[in-house]
Design a protein around this ligand. Structure first.
Ligand SMILES: *Cc1c(COP(=O)(O)O)cnc(C)c1O
Length: 389
């Protein structure tokens, strides 16, 4: 059998070696504490689950949904965006529900990229931006995210011949994996850059609701002119602990919404209606659950920061997202340090190199593990003499 060149072009799975070591240790019965998973450990709030159960019993929900989603769901998304960001969105033209935002991020490249076109992809980044660009036949051009530039891409450093051939710019704030945030000033520079070079902007924003110390992330669509050049991907996954239900949305530029709708109507048949109805309840009910979850994440963040600083590791305290982006000590790479933590402390972290070349020199720790597991992991780090910096 011969597989497509498209498949061969996909980057190798970079965590192979460390995954093998984890599996080996677990097979030997060793208890491994993982700070590597970016998936809320807390359950979906009960009021959302109750609606899902009720909706599952409704036989009108047993049939094919429409690709464009229930109008009630699109209206609930519009109302939520109005309440949260004071933005008016047209539920018919500017909102498209997705089977999780990852699905839309994967498919939008098919709407924007022809073979040989350039996709501007941050490095480090969530791997799907580069993968969707590659699957569409495009070529990723990587934009380094460095600490000196607050992990924002230096748009003015993109060579003009690259910008001319680029069809899409991917951005993501609050950011995974660096936990960096962006303000409207940055988003306005993105809009100007996109207009100048006729580039579509895809802002991936699943972490706008996960923030600390009173910080409130902004929406890309709040930037002047954003809707003329781009869209925002959003998701219920992280806000409401709903990663398992697969529901998200793309909002913004009407032509992009229409294009993705055309692709999706040929590939999938929408989101199960019972899940859409649960999502409506999530968006329309009290948002107090988000504050409760954030209070827990913030406590975990503070506890991890305290331990890391006692060990001598450097980290910028995150204002948002579910992650800590931690510098590895001198003399280590992200992989050697992650391997050391696994071997000497039985603790798993994600080596930054897995998110791209410029992720080298960092590891990512996630806040999504239960407090008792986190404490166990932190104690092991404190007691491990070979990692004291
Ligand atoms: C978790 C995550 C997503 C995916 O969210 P789903 O809606 O569950 O598909 C997208 N982008 C980033 C950066 C993420 O971390």
């Amino acid at each position: 059998m011969q597989f497509s060149k498209r498949i061969e072009k996909l980057p190798p799975y970079l965590f192979v070696e460390i995954s093998r070591k984890i599996a080996e240790k677990r097979a030997k019965g060793e208890d491994i504490v993982s700070f590597a998973i970016g998936d809320p450990d807390m359950p979906t709030p009960p009021h959302i689950i109750e609606q899902l159960c009720r909706a599952a019993h409704d036989s009108t929900n047993h049939r094919y949904p429409e690709t464009e989603g229930l109008i009630e769901f699109r209206q609930a998304i519009a109302e939520w965006y109005k309440g949260r960001f004071n933005l008016e969105l047209d539920p018919d033209k500017e909102i498209l529900p997705l089977i999780g935002s990852k699905e839309g991020i994967g498919h939008i490249a098919l709407c924007l990229i022809d073979p040989g076109d350039i996709g501007l992809v941050p490095d480090p980044a969530y791997p799907v931006y580069a993968v969707s660009t590659l699957l569409a036949g495009g070529v990723p051009y990587y934009l380094p995210l460095t600490e000196e530039q607050d992990f924002l891409p230096a748009l003015e450093q993109i060579p003009s011949e690259v910008a001319q051939q680029a069809k899409v710019l991917w951005i993501n704030y609050p950011n995974n994996p660096t936990a960096a945030v962006a303000g409207l000033d940055f988003f306005e520079r993105v809009v100007a850059f996109a207009k100048k070079h006729d580039i579509a902007v895809c802002h991936d924003a699943p972490y706008t609701e996960i923030a600390f110390d009173g910080y409130r992330p902004v929406s890309f669509l709040q930037a002047q002119g954003a809707r003329e050049v781009g869209v925002e991907f959003h998701s219920l996954s992280k806000s409401y602990n709903m990663t398992g239900w697969r529901v998200g949305m793309m909002v913004g530029n009407a032509a992009m919404v229409n294009a993705l709708m055309r692709v999706k109507s040929n590939l999938d048949s929408g989101i199960p209606q019972a899940i859409q109805q649960a999502a409506i309840v999530a968006l329309q009910s009290s948002q107090e659950c988000i504050q409760e979850h954030n209070a827990i994440y913030q406590q975990r963040r503070d506890r991890i920061l305290e331990v890391l600083s006692r060990i001598g590791l450097k980290v910028i305290p995150p204002q948002a997202s579910l992650y800590l982006w931690v510098k590895v000590p001198p003399g280590h790479t992200s992989t050697t340090f992650a391997t050391l933590l696994l071997e000497e402390a039985g603790v798993v972290v994600t080596p930054g190199i897995g998110y791209g070349k410029h992720g080298e020199g960092y590891i990512r720790l996630s806040l999504t593990l239960p407090d008792d597991r986190m404490e166990l992991g932190l104690e092991r780090l404190l007691n491990c003499t070979s990692i004291q910096v």
